[in-house]
Design a protein around this ligand. Structure first.
Ligand SMILES: *Cc1c(COP(=O)(O)O)cnc(C)c1O
Length: 384
């Protein structure tokens, strides 16, 4: 059998009796929607992230969407986000009729550059695109919120981003879809900003067996609003509706599956860290290996290297039976869907350079030394 890019089977083998026991309990009590496992999971997830509240929901995408809905984001609003992420980060902004205003990344971390964020907000307020690239229609936009992304598992620079946000009175929504389990000086991913969103898509560091997500916040009023929006904007009872919401619940079965996974998650994070360190030892002289700023811990959703010979590396790995992925080939400001925003190629140089040079290697907690050396050997051979 070939090397898997992400090995979900190894984890299932380890947890199968416990996962089946928890699923059987749900089939026994029959509360498939918002059953007791949902509350149990929410309490554990909040405790792990160190936030007052956690609300599970139907996906990471809905976890991003719901706080924006609560904040009343809509037409005429500019939401500042990174130019280099998975599409959903920007999609939720556009879905609400608001406009994504893209900010370039720090090439060392792949995360939003706080200095560029400051320039982008200043440019929006001054209605002056000479200060920072702005989307067409910028004259009519007002800054409304900021969505930094913790790309590949590494938390963004929240000390700097939160300072910029506070200066301009803007709420921050942390896209922690890839970083749940990561931290900065002991503060966990999912606890930054006014709210944070994560995803339990199976391939994320902490995944379920379908779609799922969660929203974290310390803000009790926001949490209450999210509880309502998650179920059709419900009021004091099921058939009183006070807002336009969505059907955004997570299934009880998914919570039952995740509870045993959460038990071993801290150990899995240590195993990911060890695998990443080993890759870096084996590869740092042939490719640009990930740089983790002091005090930061990555959740290692991806182990992503950079090389100016990316296509040769991709072909060489394929020929040697080693799976590799490219996240993401097209930066958000150049996606066809956002063509009407008028962003030019070259306007976000660090994001464009990353998109042209990154490659992610197999990453999961169950990588053994033989596999790590085989992957690293294939990388070296492909670039030799
Ligand atoms: C996966 C992901 C999402 C979306 O999560 P889903 O659960 O797939 O909806 C959003 N943002 C980022 C950065 C992601 O990696």
């Amino acid at each position: 059998m070939g090397i898997p890019f992400i090995d979900l089977k190894a984890q299932y083998k380890r947890l199968e009796p416990e996962i089946r026991r928890r699923m059987d309990a749900v089939l026994g009590h029959g509360q498939y929607i918002l059953g007791p496992e949902i509350r149990e999971l929410e309490e554990r997830l909040a405790a792990f992230a160190g936030t007052r509240f956690c609300l599970t929901c139907s996906s990471g995408t809905d976890a991003l969407l719901l706080p924006l809905m609560a904040w009343g984001v809509g037409p005429g609003d500019a939401v500042l986000t990174t130019a280099y992420s998975f599409y959903a980060t920007a999609e939720v902004i556009a879905l609400l009729g608001a406009t994504p205003v893209f900010v370039d990344i720090d090439p060392a971390t792949f995360n939003m550059d706080p200095a560029a964020l400051e320039r982008a907000i200043t440019a929006l307020k001054a209605k002056d695109p000479s200060l920072h690239p702005l989307p067409s229609g910028y004259e009519r936009l007002r800054p409304k919120a900021i969505i930094p992304v913790d790309l590949f598992g590494l938390p963004a620079d929240y000390a700097a981003i939160e300072a910029v946000a506070a200066r301009h009175g803007l709420p921050v929504l942390e896209d922690a879809a890839q970083s749940y389990g990561g931290s900065v000086r002991g503060r966990m991913a999912g606890s930054f900003g006014q709210a944070a969103a994560t995803s339990f898509f199976p391939a994320k560091p902490l995944g379920c067996y379908g779609d799922g997500g969660a929203i974290f916040t310390d803000d009790e009023a926001l949490h209450a609003q999210l509880v309502s929006l998650r179920v059709h904007g419900q009021g004091s009872d099921k058939y009183e509706n006070v807002a336009v919401g969505i059907n955004g619940r997570m299934d009880t079965l998914q919570a039952a599956i995740m509870l045993p996974k959460l038990e071993i998650f801290p150990e899995e994070l240590r195993l990911r860290q060890a695998a990443a360190e080993r890759y870096t030892e084996l590869l740092r002289d042939v490719v640009e290996t990930p740089g983790i700023p002091g005090g930061c811990v990555s959740a290692w959703a991806q182990y992503t290297v950079r090389t100016d010979r990316r296509e040769a590396l991709l072909e060489g790995l394929k020929a040697r039976g080693v799976p590799a992925m490219i996240y993401y080939r097209i930066p958000l400001h150049l996606q066809p869907v956002f063509r009407h925003l008028g962003y030019a190629a070259g306007s976000m140089p660090a994001s464009e350079a990353a998109a042209a040079s990154v490659l992610s290697l197999p990453m999961h907690p169950y990588l053994d030394e033989a596999t790590l050396s085989q992957v690293a050997g294939a990388v070296r051979d492909a670039l030799a």
